[in-house]
Design a protein around this ligand. Structure first.
Ligand SMILES: CSC[C@H]1O[C@H](OP(=O)(O)O)[C@H](O)[C@@H]1O
Length: 352
């Protein structure tokens, strides 16, 4: 049974998140009672991961819909649009919350035009919002299946060894995961030899979260420091590198956790296929090149402190970009989605 980072009681309209700042030692669920609570949790990275950010944001709106009494359809529409607009300001790089905002703005507008009763419109919108949880899990199992099948067709050498970066599992989504979903699918097929996961400094999504998911589910994993990845690909066998995404753009350029770009460069040098695994809600066809993606920079304290203890001198300057952009030409294995696996140049043909 995989971990659950988001818990939503649809009867009561109650939302709780697993506070990922405390993992792996402390497993604490915290209630999200307002859109502001969700914004704070996303900004502080208590909850993180492109799909999870969108889902927690959307469900926080559902929580307020359940509690509030909207006197008019215009009041309901303004609340939904303003809430999604605010939630997008928490972290700029991941696109899923923006995709959700567009989707629910259209749904709300449709309800305003069709349904004259604000309470009935609110109930329908509430149902659409909480369905995101199951949709995400279903999408991720398709990503997992598509990715595993593609890798196994490309690799005839028996069981496979995967290198992954950051956390793209149940702690980054509603469940199962994207890149970690591919790894879970390989494990389910009995074709996974082992996973190497990077620590992923400075937030340590790999050592604190991915390692936690692997150990919890008995998936064979080996932790490495970020600085060991090139030597690993040189000295040991890696069948493929599979990572997640925060924003894939129309030409296949992809923003993902800082450190992804250098993994792609080294994988190319060693002739190891490099895959991105992401749902279509992470693909932004409105941007044509990765150079246009806004990269979030986070506070220096997240770099110079470790487990609450300062490890670097106060006066040092820091540069702390949370993401980098991998050009499509380095994504040599393909972009694994719920609709199939596409080369970066094929992606634009999937635009609907
Ligand atoms: C399926 S999660 C995608 C993506 O989100 C993570 O970023 P963060 O932990 O800062 O929210 C990481 O880049 C993952 O690859």
């Amino acid at each position: 049974m995989s971990l659950q980072s988001i818990v939503f009681d649809k009867e009561e309209g109650k939302l709780s998140i697993l506070n990922q700042l405390l993992l792996p030692d402390v497993s604490l669920y915290e209630e999200i009672n307002t859109v502001q609570d969700a914004w704070d949790a996303i900004k502080n990275m208590k909850t993180r991961g492109a799909p999870a950010i969108a889902i927690v944001g959307a469900l926080s709106i559902a929580v307020e819909l359940k509690k509030r009494n909207f006197l008019s359809l215009s009041e309901l529409s303004s609340f939904v649009n303003e809430s999604f607009s605010y939630l997008q300001s928490a972290r700029p790089t991941a696109v899923n919350i923006t995709e959700a905002a567009k989707r629910f703005s259209e749904i709300t507008q449709g309800l305003v035009e069709r349904i004259k009763d604000p309470k009935k419109a609110c109930d329908i919108l509430y149902k659409n919002l909480y369905e995101m949880l199951q949709e995400d899990i279903s999408t991720n199992t398709s990503i997992g299946r598509n990715g595993a099948e593609h890798i196994l067709t490309q690799y005839s050498g028996g069981d496979v060894t995967i290198l992954t970066h950051c956390n793209t599992g149940s702690l980054a989504c509603a469940g199962y995961g994207t890149a970690l979903g591919v790894i879970r699918s390989l494990q389910e097929k009995g074709r996974l030899k082992q996973v190497y996961c990077t620590e992923t400094r400075p937030y340590n999504q790999g050592s604190r979260l991915t390692a936690y998911e692997l150990v919890t589910e008995g998936i064979p994993g080996t932790l490495i420091c970020d600085s060991m990845a090139a030597c690993l690909m040189k000295e040991r066998h890696v069948s493929a590198v599979v990572v997640g995404a925060d924003r894939v753009v129309a030409n296949g350029d992809t923003a993902n956790k800082i450190g992804t770009y250098q993994l792609a460069v080294v994988a190319r040098y060693h002739g190891i296929p490099f895959y991105i695994a992401a749902p279509f809600t992470t693909i932004d066809f409105s941007i044509s090149s990765g150079s246009e993606i806004v990269i979030e920079e986070r506070k220096k304290e997240e770099m110079i402190c470790f487990a609450g203890k300062r490890i670097a001198p106060e006066g040092i300057n820091c540069w702390n970009p949370a993401f980098d952009v991998t050009p499509g030409e380095l994504i040599t294995g393909g972009i694994i989605t719920e609709r199939g696996v596409f080369t970066p140049t094929e992606l634009i043909n999937q635009k609907k």
